[in-house]
Design a protein around this ligand. Structure first.
Ligand SMILES: [Fe+2]
Length: 271
C-alpha cells in the first residue's frame, strides 16, 4: 500500500501526539505492508492554518528520528496536507502556502466539513481542476449530505475531482451510513484511492489490513491493487491514471445487484 492520507506528523494536529507515536505509526504501517506514506496534516487557506515550511520541517524531523529504526525507516515519507476546501484554496496552492501530495505534484487532497456540502464546494473544485490541479476529495462517504447524494459526487467526478475513500469506512469504523456509501462507491467505480487517514497506530494495525481483505474479497486483486497502490503511486508521480467511467444513477438503478456482474456488463458495453 501507498498511503496518501495520514496524520502521522507529531504534534501538528489531532494526529500523532509526539515523535514516539509517529514512530509507532511507522512501525505499524510497515507491518501492515505500507511502503510509503504521504503525511497530510490539516491545513487550509486561513492565515493561522499550517503552512508548507512547518509541515516540511516536521517531516524532516520524523525522517531523522526514524533513521536508526529498521522498521520505521523502511516506510518512505512524503510531504502533503489535507486542505479544508474554501474559496481561498486555489490562491493558497498557487502561492505554495499549502503542499500538494508529494509537494511537487498538482494533486491536492481536500476535505469538506462533516455535515453538509458548502454552497461553494462544487465551484471551488471545478476552479481547481480548471487551473490544472487534480482535487482529491478526502472521505466523501463521511460527509453526511454527500453520502446521500451520489448525483453530486458524480458531477464532481465528471468535472475532474477524484475520490479518496477511507479504509475505516469500508469496514464499518464510521457507522453503517458511511460504510454503505463507501461500498456503493466501490461498486460504481467512484472510488479512485483508498487511504488510511490514520491518526493513531491502530489504523495500520487493524483497519488497513481489514479493508485490504474486504476490498479484495469484493472487488478482486486487480481493482484492490489499483486503489491501494497503483493509483496512489501515479498521483505521487504527478500522473493521472485513466479511470473507468463511474456508473450513473440511471445505470445503477437498472443493475443486477451483484457487483461482479456489473463489471461484466460494463466490459460488454465497451466492446
Ligand atoms: Fe484526515
Amino acid at each position: 500500500m501507498l498511503d496518501i492520507h495520514s496524520h502521522i506528523l507529531p504534534g501538528l494536529d489531532d494526529g500523532a501526539s509526539g515523535i514516539d507515536e509517529s514512530l509507532e505509526m511507522l512501525r505499524s504501517a510497515h507491518r501492515a505492508g505500507v511502503c510509503a506514506i504521504v503525511a497530510t496534516p490539516h491545513s487550509g487557506s486561513h492565515r493561522r492554518s499550517l503552512r508548507t515550511p512547518t509541515i516540511a520541517s516536521a517531516l524532516a524531523q520524523l525522517v531523522q528520528a526514524a533513521a536508526g529504526d529498521p522498521e520505521a525507516s523502511a516506510v518512505g515519507l512524503y510531504v502533503g496536507s489535507e486542505i479544508m476546501l474554501d474559496p481561498g484554496v486555489r490562491a493558497a496552492l498557487d502561492a505554495g502556502d499549502v503542499p500538494t501530495l508529494g509537494g511537487n505534484t498538482r494533486f491536492a487532497l481536500v476535505e469538506l466539513p462533516m455535515l453538509e456540502v458548502p454552497h461553494y464546494a462544487e465551484d471551488v473544485l471545478f476552479e481547481l481542476a480548471a487551473a490544472g490541479y487534480v482535487p482529491v476529495l478526502a472521505h466523501p462517504e463521511r460527509n453526511h449530505e454527500l453520502s446521500q447524494r451520489f448525483d453530486i459526487m458524480l458531477q464532481m467526478i465528471r468535472r475532474g475531482t477524484l475520490m479518496q475513500v477511507e479504509a475505516g469506512s469500508i469496514v464499518g469504523g464510521y457507522g453503517s451510513v458511511a460504510q454503505e456509501c463507501a461500498l456503493e462507491m466501490l461498486d460504481r467505480r467512484m472510488c479512485h484511492f483508498i487511504a488510511s487517514d490514520a491518526h493513531r497506530p491502530g489504523a495500520y494495525d487493524s483497519l488497513v489490513p481489514q479493508a485490504l481483505e474486504a476490498v479484495t474479497a469484493r472487488m478482486g486483486e486487480e481493482v484492490t491493487t489499483a486503489l491501494f497502490r497503483d493509483n496512489p503511486a501515479a498521483a505521487l508521480a504527478g500522473e493521472k491514471p485513466a479511470f473507468p467511467n463511474p456508473i450513473s444513477d440511471d445505470e445503477w438503478r437498472g443493475r443486477d445487484r451483484d457487483p461482479r456482474s456489473i463489471f461484466e456488463w460494463l466490459k460488454g458495453r465497451r466492446r
